[in-house]
Design a protein around this ligand. Structure first.
Ligand SMILES: Cc1cc2nc3c(=O)[nH]c(=O)nc-3n(C[C@H](O)[C@H](O)[C@H](O)COP(=O)(O)OP(=O)(O)OC[C@H]3O[C@@H](n4cnc5c(N)ncnc54)[C@H](O)[C@@H]3O)c2cc1C
Length: 354
């Protein structure tokens, strides 16, 4: 039966749900406290890495399972969007998505960590998803890294998505259904058969164990560097990615700090991120810095996402460092719950009922 559904929060979780629920014929309305540029969402600042296997460095196998499902779903969604919503007419620009693998490199002193990561992933059920490359294997895939590293890990099935390009495409598709500059509380202010709370860190007011994990990033223009896929560098403090985007742009991210300090990026973080890029390729020294940003990953204590059901209110939160990696898979689980009226066997560990 078609339902009247209100979604609070138009980050990647709210947008993906809105898009799919609308496609299923439900009467969907979204409420978003920020403006159409969505700069107040964590999603706006994300790297868009879809790295389910590499994330096994610190994440549970559940994240890899949901993540690989999401990569397939993103491909389906984007194909459907391209077919049904013409660029220029409906969308301002196409959605950027690439499934060209990702690579992890390490300088000599960090090589033991690279072997540790290889061993760790090899002992999960996803061991076949990683291969160790030697210098020739690295050069074959990334000629710009020739001679720079002796070993690398290669994940051929990993992907990347342009976070802003997909957010804005979904915004354009849903535009008549989104109320921007509208802050609402859950659930008193809203009517509807179903209310879906996707407020990210905005949900902290009634979710004691939600926390923000500070992430800082830089966007640079480096036309002299020609990397073709996301490169992750082993780093003692946090995983650093250098993510190529169209037109010679690279996103460098991200720090991961247990802090909700909302100050701008610190000098230490800028030095660490830029040094990592420079150590990957010296031509990054001539890059133009276009932007630096700070945001907060919404996370529960165990860093796993949760779908919480309380009567007609469904909260989908705690996407932590995996919002783009998980949003489609979580969306399909919510749709299945709404359709069947019960939680499917395979999704039990994601759901909590009040
Ligand atoms: C620097 C950085 C890099 C990252 N890189 C990656 C990556 O490579 N891959 C990946 O998968 N993930 C990445 N992430 C994580 C990802 O960004 C988050 O997991 C994801 O954005 C969470 O999405 P969300 O929709 O739950 O929350 P948000 O994107 O924060 O959206 C919540 C929305 O709710 C709105 N809102 C809040 N309260 C209210 C209210 N009361 N009323 C109305 N609206 C409200 C907010 O304005 C916001 O727009 C990164 C995060 C950071 C910070």
């Amino acid at each position: 039966m078609k339902k009247k559904i209100s979604i609070i929060g138009a980050g990647i979780m709210g947008m993906t749900l809105g898009y799919r629920l609308m496609a299923e014929g439900h009467d969907v309305t979204l409420y978003e406290k920020s403006g159409p540029d969505l700069v107040e969402s964590a999603s706006f600042w994300a790297g868009g890495m879809l790295a389910p296997y590499c994330e096994l460095e610190t994440a549970e196998p559940l994240i890899a399972q949901l993540g690989e499902k999401s990569i397939d779903l993103w491909q389906d969604y984007i194909e459907e969007i391209n077919k049904n919503y013409p660029v220029d007419d409906v969308l301002g620009h196409p959605v950027y998505f690439q499934k060209n693998g990702s690579m992890v490199v390490a300088h000599n002193q960090d090589e033991p960590e690279l072997f540790n990561l290889f061993n760790r992933i090899s002992h999960t059920g996803f061991g076949s998803k990683v291969v160790m490359l030697d210098g020739a294997g690295i050069t074959k895939r990334e000629s710009d890294l020739k001679g720079r590293f002796n070993k690398a890990l290669y994940f051929k099935d990993e992907a990347q998505i342009g976070p802003r390009s997909v957010l804005y495409a979904l915004r354009d598709i849903l535009k008549d259904r989104i109320h921007f500059h509208t802050m609402v509380d859950v659930p008193e202010d809203l009517e509807g058969d179903i209310i879906i709370d996707c407020r990210g860190l905005g949900g902290k007011s009634d979710n004691d164990n939600l926390r923000g994990v500070r992430g800082e990033m830089l966007l640079i223009h480096a036309p002299d560097v020609a990397l073709t896929r996301p490169i992750r560098m082993m780093h003692p403090r946090y995983p650093i990615y250098i993510i190529p985007r169209p037109n010679g742009h690279y996103m460098i991210g991200a720090t991961q700090l247990e802090s909700e300090d909302a100050r701008e990026m610190t000098v230490r973080s800028a030095l660490e991120l830029l040094s990592a890029a420079y150590s990957l390729h010296p031509a990054f020294s001539e890059a133009e810095i276009l932007e630096f940003g700070v945001s907060f990953r919404p996370a529960y204590a165990d860093n796993l996402p949760k779908i919480k059901i309380n009567k007609n209110v469904i909260s989908v939160n705690g996407l932590y460092r995996h919002g783009f990696l998980l949003a489609p898979a979580l969306t399909e689980h919510v749709l299945s719950y709404l359709d069947k009226g019960h939680i499917s066997e395979e999704a039990q560990e994601l759901f909590e009922e009040a």
